[in-house]
Write a protein that binds this ligand. Structure first.
Ligand SMILES: NC(=O)c1ccc[n+]([C@@H]2O[C@H](COP(=O)([O-])OP(=O)(O)OC[C@H]3O[C@@H](n4cnc5c(N)ncnc54)[C@H](OP(=O)(O)O)[C@@H]3O)[C@@H](O)[C@H]2O)c1
Length: 284
């Protein structure tokens, strides 16, 4: 039974491959990547599979029984790219597709939700057995912002009192491996999120506690926050997108308390205490 993983050279994909190797024979794991050069250290069979190049996809999926389709990173192109993969999977005779979607994709105000909804619906239409892993936000999205907040003396954002149920890539990767390697997940849609929801005020308080410095949360109107991010060097589009995500967070779009993720992985998800602890240990 061969398991293929797309996006295997990405940050989530690499952890999935590593974890999968602990339970599945390496000859039954196939890394499906757009750049084979980047994949030489994965330690499993590598095949070229570019979402933009349908001609690579059918050949890459030959003999693959189960496919983990990790959503791509090129915003605006992904609905078509994922459709290309699903079409090729159908032609190649893939029996089961597990897809990494977005938390509450069908109800979210996040604009990135549209492409995930399109892919979920393409999967349902394909007739291939599927499982949907609606992944919440990564704690790593916050880890990277902590040094800047400490240096600037405040944690900035536009998320108001919105709570985020974030979890680490490792948590989501373990869930994907659990689903791929155990029975009873076909046809299911999982809402995967961290056990411990936090507001940005909570995050700032944890940073203050662990550093002994006063780092309050400063809530800003989205346009003001986007301007600050642009002034810090972020491209305008990205700065606007980050501010918009915060506005969605303020509406509760990245909150979930169903604990489906910790149930799947059989342990607590990564806590905000651990995230801050790791970040403050890094040299400035
Ligand atoms: N939950 C969250 O907080 C969150 C945040 C950001 C993104 N996401 C979603 O989760 C996905 C996985 O997260 P991640 O951290 O692993 O992201 P990542 O490190 O950016 O990895 C994205 C992967 O997609 C691959 N990819 C992009 N375009 C492709 C194409 N045309 N054909 C084939 N492969 C392509 C990339 O290939 P290369 O290795 O060649 O670049 C990479 O392996 C992201 O792609 C995105 O859809 C979730």
């Amino acid at each position: 039974m061969k398991i293929g993983i797309t996006g295997a050279t990405g940050q989530l994909g690499r952890i999935v491959v590593d974890k999968l190797k602990e339970t599945v024979a390496t000859e039954n794991i196939v890394a499906l990547v757009r750049s084979t050069q980047k994949a030489s250290d994965l330690g499993v069979e590598v095949r070229e599979a570019d979402y933009e190049k349908p001609e690579t996809l059918e050949a890459a999926l030959k003999g693959v029984d189960t496919l983990l389709l990790i959503s791509g990173s090129e915003l605006g192109k992904r609905a078509i790219q994922h459709q290309n993969v699903i079409d090729a999977a159908k032609k190649a005779g893939v029996k089961w597709i597990v897809y990494t979607s977005l938390l509450h994709a069908d109800a979210t105000s996040l604009s990135i939700g549209e492409e995930h909804v399109a892919t979920e619906s393409a999967l349902k239409k394909s007739g291939i057995t599927f499982t949907i892993l609606r992944n919440g936000w990564y704690t790593e999205n916050y880890a990277g912002t902590i040094p800047g907040a400490i240096a600037g003396g405040a944690y900035l954002g536009s998320a108001g009192d919105g709570k985020v149920s974030a979890a680490s890539r490792k948590d989501y990767a373990e869930a994907a491996v659990r689903v791929l390697t155990t029975d009873g997940h076909q046809g299911k849609v999982y809402e995967l999120a961290g056990d411990e929801a936090f507001t940005l005020t909570d995050l700032a308080a944890e940073i203050s506690k662990q550093t002994g410095k006063n780092v309050p949360y400063k809530n800003l109107p989205a346009d003001e926050y986007a301007t600050i991010l642009t002034n810090l060097g972020l491209p305008e589009g990205l700065a606007g997108a980050i501010a918009d995500i915060d506005v969605s967070i303020s509406k509760g779009d990245l909150f979930d308390d169903s604990k489906q993720l910790s149930k799947l992985i059989g342990r607590q998800t990564t806590s905000i205490h651990e995230v801050v602890n790791e970040a403050v240990k890094q040299p400035a």
